[in-house]
Design a protein around this ligand. Structure first.
Ligand SMILES: O=C(O)CCC(=O)C(=O)O
Length: 260
């Protein structure tokens, strides 16, 4: 691994986030954007895709759950299970990501918890409050620690860029359930002073630790802000749910023993 890449991973370990740089060419990124739109418009579809439409108010609190596909619209907030699509699968399995994921999870297979589009549509989309990605809500026997986030559009400071509270991952989960960080925990920090905004151009990639507090605002640029978020896991992670059959997870990278 190059010294630069090792420094990027060290930054992610210490601060809970890092910039991996701009990966892939503009044609590839444009094709991913077009594919995301084609899915929202119902032109490309796979059994098992999960959709969540945005709330008309742009408020996180007003989002509806369990409604799925509502017909063609570019105002879906989320599409999950993008690994079903060959173009997205090719992106998820890139060698650069293999290098990072196998450094974060050495000596084991790497599996996929989720790969989803987070869309702030041209009308602004909705805000996403401070949260962590893990905890009981995820139903795993250990929390994943690596999310690789790719900007498919420019995400400037006023365009719904990701914001982080560096170092918060080191204290673990704010609540056993995970998800939104409760107000009383936010009040223990000087959030507005400590936060770091991570504007990105299309094709730029960020590493995010699942436990780092992160959020994003609505876009105020009048342009859509589409992004791909992929959560990679230690391949030994198991689903703890018992009421339904436990989930199984697709292997993304095989554990390759180092050459002797
Ligand atoms: O894309 C965003 O605005 C936030 C994404 C996020 O929360 C994540 O990747 O975990």
């Amino acid at each position: 691994m190059s010294a630069d890449r090792a420094a990027t991973i060290a930054h992610y370990r210490e601060h809970g986030w890092a910039r991996l740089g701009t990966i892939g060419d503009s044609t590839t990124i444009a094709r991913l954007r077009e594919r995301a739109d084609a899915m929202m418009l119902g032109e490309v579809s796979y059994p098992g895709l999960f959709f969540q439409h945005d709330a008309a108010s742009g408020r996180y609190e007003d989002l509806e759950y369990g409604k799925g596909w509502r017909g063609p619209s570019l105002q879906y907030r989320k599409i999950e299970k993008l690994e079903l699509d060959p173009l997205f699968w090719e992106w998820i399995t890139r060698d650069t990501f293999r290098e990072v994921a196998t450094a974060v999870y050495p000596g084991t297979d790497v599996t996929l918890y989720r790969a989803f589009l987070m869309n702030k549509h041209a009308g602004g989309g909705s805000d996403l409050p401070w949260h962590q990605d893990g905890g009981d809500f995820w139903g795993l026997d250990q929390d994943p620690t690596l999310q690789i986030w790719t900007a498919l559009d420019d995400a400037p400071e006023d365009g719904g860029c990701v914001e982080v509270l560096p170092g918060t991952h080191r204290a673990g989960l704010a609540t056993p359930l995970g998800g939104v960080v409760p107000r009383d925990r936010l009040e223990t920090r000087d959030v507005e002073r400590e936060l770091v905004r991570l504007p990105a151009v299309a094709g730029e990639v960020l590493l995010l630790h699942n436990h780092v507090w992160h959020r994003s605002a609505r876009s105020r640029t009048g342009q859509a802000r589409r992004a791909l978020s992929v959560c990679y896991m230690d391949g030994r992670t198991r689903c703890r749910r018992r009421k339904r059959a436990p989930r199984t997870f697709v292997r993304v990278f095989a554990n390759v023993a180092p050459a002797c």
